[in-house]
Design a binder for this molecule. Sequence first.
Ligand SMILES: [Zn+2]
Length: 328
Amino acid sequence: MAPDDPVVGRENVVQGFVEESLEDSLARAGLPASLSLQLKDALSSALDRRPLESGDRFQVRYLQTVAADGREIGAGRIVSAEVTTSGKGRIALYGFRPTRGVEQLWLGNGESLAAPAMRLPLDTVSVTSGFGVRADPFEQPRNGLGAPSRLGTVGATINTATARGIALGLAPAPGRTAPRGGGAFLMHNGVDLLAPTGTPVLAASDGTVVGAAPNAGYGNWIRVDHGHNVATVYGHLSAFAPGIAAGVKVQRGQVIGLVGNTGRSTGPHLHFEVINNGQAVDPIKFSPTRKAKLEGADLDSFRKLVRQVDAARQDEAPLRLISVGDGR
Ligand SMILES: [Zn+2]
């Protein structure tokens, strides 16, 4: 910045306690509305859509560009935000722009908090069987792509932990083996997500239910069309959520059914498929279900930033306290 440049960056801090709602509390503390909205979306993702509770504490540091006459230019950008919740402890978020990407908020481990367009259909995910070719899995629907399946020879190696599942840190279920003849390998058109019977199954994205009915090997089956030639399929359900039927519109995260063990299934789990342009794709690799994570040089720069921000937060030295909310 040139010495005579009339424009300066000013760091602001707002802090306080959540009262009736986070938005109202942030507004009262003086955070600009556009930053409040960005923070609310990121926190909703970090808190699995649970709202903050009254008494939870927040502190937000943001950078505001200011002209020589004191006029604020642009919306400003969040440097860091920290909330201390009764339910989930301390959560810290950091603003960062990767080399190829847009400015957004990240968790301290480099995981993005921008909400993906598509989410996995369970809140807690444990993959027992991944996408791809594997030994003929007798508990699986055979045809994939949401089609009714044919019954085949019983007997297979099932619930084998996959390399991908392990790489993702998802706990595999213990492998189980059943005697079988032949050596067929089939494409597994989805992922098996382990969960107890009755666990809510959530729509992966906004869409329209195109089928919700018993469907051969899939057992109780739901297919949702999300537009843009993307559909999702949910199998082995114990029940459909009230009102879920062909033609009904659903929203991302809405409960559409309950995990079960119907159809060709050897234990309670959700069989989940993502179909893109008529082809089954790996739901875990399919980018809309995957949260962005910083890597390589971006991750190195980001870690430096986190250390600086955390050190500054402890000292409070580099910050000029412009505006303080209704902290008590
Ligand atoms: Zn499956």
